[in-house]
Design a protein. Structure first.
Length: 338
């Protein structure tokens, strides 16, 4: 099979929707480089007067640049006109088919390659994405993101907690899928927390973000007073409460939600029940408490690069507890709220 026959067979298979993914990729490459057009025009006989007319027709085909030979040796003949017309029909047909399957072809030629990063318990990791965005991932978190942002949107998926310092790009919104929420920004710094053991929370350090329920459309028809989407600015924090919508706080100090990046645990009046999962992720342990009343006791304090034992000692002093550390298990007994 010669080259021209190969091209014709490839075109026929594509038009009849029988081409494999590999054949589609080859066809797209050949049209993009102009090799198919060159071969088609070299194989036809027509007059030079058709050159500008053909080029003009090809310019009307979406997303395909006309690649007509600058010098074509043609003879004016009736058969040549028919061949030229056939060539135009083939090229336009293929071009329109490619346009209709543009997204599918792009996924083959320039696919989105995802990177998955998992941070173990007791660790914090910093990443820099291909657009210059910096990300700090907290313990026990998972982030999935494109190796390069080669689509109209920068889309990531987060499980756990992360602080983002997003590079501004007005043409490519930055979107984070995290649990029940979508967070959309253009360029700002903010914290997203979506651990399974606590309500989802978004805190903004600078700029502006919008936060919305991913399943908001499914919840239409409920309480019209419930906020399903909020816009946050500097020092504002949204806590997602499910059917109750969002609770908004203003004037939230950055240290309250950013301390973990520098190895600092900050507890501003949190109950032991709220502190428990944070300590478990931070130190990679399992904490058992034998008193339900103790779980509602509150503590205030911050611990920077402290050992687990030092934190437990502070709890012993404040709440009169006893504790025992056995490997990665911590047992807390007794205690009372003062």
């Amino acid at each position: 099979m010669d080259q021209h026959q190969f091209y014709k067979k490839l075109l026929d298979r594509y038009k009849s929707n029988q081409a494999s993914l590999e054949e589609i990729e080859v066809l797209f490459h050949l049209i993009k480089t102009g090799e198919i057009e060159q071969s088609v025009f070299e194989s036809i006989e027509s007059g030079p007067f058709l050159h500008e007319e053909i080029a003009g027709i090809l310019k009307t085909v979406p997303d395909v640049q006309p690649l007509v030979p600058s010098v074509v040796s043609l003879r004016r003949s009736r058969s040549g006109l028919w061949k030229a017309a056939a060539a135009i029909v083939i090229i336009i047909s293929v071009s329109l088919t490619i346009y209709s399957r543009k997204r599918e072809i792009r996924d083959i030629v320039d696919p989105v390659r995802l990177v998955r990063v998992e941070v173990p318990l007791g660790r914090v990791r910093k990443l820099e994405l291909s657009d210059g965005t910096q990300v700090w991932l907290n313990a026990g978190s998972i982030l999935e993101y494109p190796e390069k942002f080669n689509r109209e949107k920068r889309v990531l998926t987060l499980e756990g907690e992360a602080f983002f310092q997003v590079s501004h790009d007005a043409k490519k919104p930055f979107i984070i899928h995290s649990g029940e929420l979508n967070t959309v920004v253009l360029g700002t710094s903010f914290n997203v927390k979506t651990y399974d053991d606590s309500p989802a929370q978004v805190s903004v350090r600078s700029g502006k973000v919008s936060v919305a329920e991913r399943a908001a459309d499914e919840l239409k028809g409920g309480d019209s007073e419930v906020q399903r989407m909020v816009v946050l600015t500097k020092d504002q924090q949204a806590t997602y409460l499910g059917k109750e919508g969002f609770n908004i706080r203003k004037g939230v100090p950055a240290g309250e939600y950013m301390g973990w990046q520098e190895g600092e645990l900050v507890f501003t009046g949190k109950t032991l029940l709220e502190m428990k999962p944070v300590l478990e992720r931070w130190y990679g342990v399992k904490i058992l408490m034998d008193s339900k009343k103790l779980a509602s006791c509150r503590m205030v304090g911050s611990y920077r690069q402290e050992t687990l034992k030092n934190v437990l000692e502070a709890m012993r002093f404040a709440l009169n507890i006893t504790y025992k550390i056995e490997g990665n298990k911590v047992t807390i007994r007794g205690g009372s709220c003062k």
